[in-house]
Design a protein around this ligand. Sequence first.
Ligand code: PMP
Length: 445
Amino acid sequence: MTHYTPIETNWDYQATLDRRHKYMSPSLGTFTAYQKPIVLKKAGMQYVWDEKGKKYLDCLAQNLCISVGHNHPLVNSEAKKQMDDMVHCTTMYYQAVPAHFAEELTATLPPLPNGDEWVAHFVNSGAEANDLAMIIARLYTGNYDILSLRNSFHGLHFGAMSLTGIETCRHNVPSSPGIIHVHNPDQYRGVYGESKDGTIVEPYINEIDVTIRSSTPGKIAGFIVEPVQGFGGVIPMPDGYMKGAFERVRSAGGVCIVDEVQTGFGRTGTHMWGFEIHDVLPDIVVMAKGIGNGYPMAAVLSRRSVTEPFAEKKFFNTYGSNPLGCAAGRAVLHAIKEDKMMENAKVMGDLLEERMRAIMQKHDIIGNFRGRGLMRGIEFVKDHNTKKPAADEAMRVAEMAKDNGLIMGRGGVHGNILRINPPICPTSEDMEFVAQMIEEGCSKL
Ligand code: PMP
């Protein structure tokens, strides 16, 4: 290797910002929009360090891609071993690692009735996976229309962007026809009012029926749902909604697609998959982000029966079933199980909830705290009655927290929701630190 000139990296703060602005497209937004952005250099489990060595608790988990912890030792050692053996092998060849991963991943889903079984398609990103799920649904049902929820985020490719129900994510280009958005059952600021105990459900289910009868030929290809809407502002589906919605969708000939890109891999604390909380069995499950703990990977798992028409023509995805990503994915499943991480997500999520309930008593600026396990949202409002979004205040709290060593996500259509989604390995001290930062931030507003 001595004949290669060394590849130099300049870590200077200003040089990094300037280089990015000059050579990377301005469309690649820095979402949280800190006044003074961070340059990240190193990471370990739930923490990241900037270029000067300052430590942060990463409660964004780099957009929930880091499931079991940055540079998790098992994930990295399995990936390194695989890298030394073979970095890439096309899907068209047989390779043991993707085959094992498919077996292990399908085994995490509940068994299917009538001898049916789960099969995996590997792709690279969540958006790609959702595009694929739409194709599978349309081919299987022979129908075209797909219902999606307002406020949903499913990615930014052609099909996925059309599914996404958030204006700021919709570019001014033609989108896929045959996608209809229905109201999301938001129990805090939904169209049918607020319910503190999450019981406004029927009107949202009925709306599915009405939409099928008014906006489709009466038959649909499917319905897609995030068990907890993520980027849209951490909005959990209330009890009974998914069950009722699935019944209506199936009676119109559609299949049910669950987007587990954020809710999967134990994040909600009680179940490996968000849909399991709702006692439903989907036809197609979409996974990405946490699947590879930062290695680019995604998957569409579907019932074999549902996939059959799709198998009549070719499907090829260059990096799908890349053995490096699959080796990382296998290690993620191992780590969740052996480190009891799902259980940790539950305990830590409960701790945070307890602290937040107390903080809310003192600070009216917080209108709502919600979510499950380690997928939590804090909604900032100017007034509890009008619920006028307090986006600037949320941002100021996020900026103060960042200066003190805590990274949070930001979301919701009004940008007034701070998201707490760390890798699922934090400690009780970490949760206490989050609570303190929120409390301090609210006090200083
Ligand atoms: N689905 C959900 C629920 C997501 O949160 C995201 C990404 N934020 C996607 C799909 C798209 O994933 P990707 O960015 O890998 O395309």
